[in-house]
Ligand binder design. Structure first.
Ligand SMILES: [Zn+2]
Ligand SMILES: [Zn+2]
Length: 289
């Protein structure tokens, strides 16, 4: 039963953006599930027009594929896939990082949460605050619980709702890479830099798509949010697009740097999440750059 419950499916045409899929670069598919390093409980649901996935991640080291997967549909049409590990003694409770996706069609925003505190990574195009609020609600939180809003970069499909989001997330701090702040239409963005630790996330400078592009990683949970440093269109991993990178050589170097990291889950601005051994697929992609 291993490997058959990845939630992202194989057809993602409706996620293709208007400008991120115009080339024919190779796509590196994530590896078939092998030895697992992260325990995972994944839940999928659909709510309104936004499709959401949320998961609880924990840093348990598991060497055998030993999952029981249960899939069912509830009366309201919500599909839930629950994956539990049953054979490992001493497995701790989840470390507490939960994530949820706001699928805005061709771009995604993400909510990360620990307990009752949340961070938002990217805000989508203008007019997305309501959808992001629905994502927060889906994991039992609201804008009042948002302490941090990260913008991976200045482009309007990522920073377009920063003003609307910050108007509701009144106790949050907004962050972006310093070189991008001048291009963001919000006047209270705090510069963050490579190596900063915020909300248990490490900020990784990943310039090249834009000069100030950042990614964030939770090392314990094995989760990387990569913005447009790499994308996951067509169900696999693609490197920087030369046509949409301010400096493709710098962008490629950033992708190679991300390939040095260990993570299981990859959340990209464009494309579906990859939830198993995503680092392997990123490394395969980066080796060709
Ligand atoms: Zn972009
Ligand atoms: Zn984008």
């Amino acid at each position: 039963m291993c490997g058959n419950h990845r939630p992202d499916g194989s057809t993602v045409d409706h996620h293709h953006g208007p400008h991120h899929h115009l080339d024919e670069r190779p796509v590196f598919m994530p590896a078939v599930r092998g030895p697992r390093q992260w325990r995972r409980r994944a839940f999928l649901g659909e709510l309104g027009k936004g499709t959401m996935a949320f998961a609880v991640l924990a840093p348990a080291f598991i060497t055998a594929c030993s999952d029981d997967a249960d899939t069912g549909s509830s009366a309201d049409g919500t599909t839930t896939t629950a994956t539990t590990t049953t054979t490992n003694e001493g497995v701790s409770e989840p470390a507490g990082l939960r994530w949820a996706r706001t699928d805005l069609g061709f771009v995604s925003a993400y909510v990360l949460a620990r307990g009752t505190e949340a961070a938002i990574v990217d805000t989508g195009v203008a007019g997305s605050a309501e959808d992001i609020g629905a994502t927060l609600a889906a994991i039992g939180l609201g804008y009042a619980d948002v302490a941090h809003v990260f913008l991976t970069h200045l482009h309007g499909d990522h920073a377009g709702s920063i003003g609307e989001v910050m108007a509701q997330a009144t106790s949050a701090t907004a962050y972006a890479g310093e070189a991008d702040i001048g291009g963001i239409d919000f006047d209270a963005v705090t510069a963050t830099a490579d190596g900063d630790e915020i909300f248990g996330l490490e900020v990784i400078a990943t310039p090249g798509h834009t000069a100030g592009h950042i990614s964030v990683i939770d090392h314990d949970a094995g989760l990387l949010v990569a913005g447009d440093a790499i994308n996951t269109l067509d169900g696999g991993v693609q490197g920087p697009n030369p046509g949409f990178s301010s400096d493709i050589e710098v962008a490629n170097a950033s992708a190679r740097r991300l390939a040095q990291l260990s993570f299981n889950t990859l959340l990209a601005g464009h494309g579906d999440p990859i939830e198993d051994m995503a680092d392997t697929a990123v490394a395969a992609m980066a080796a060709t750059l």
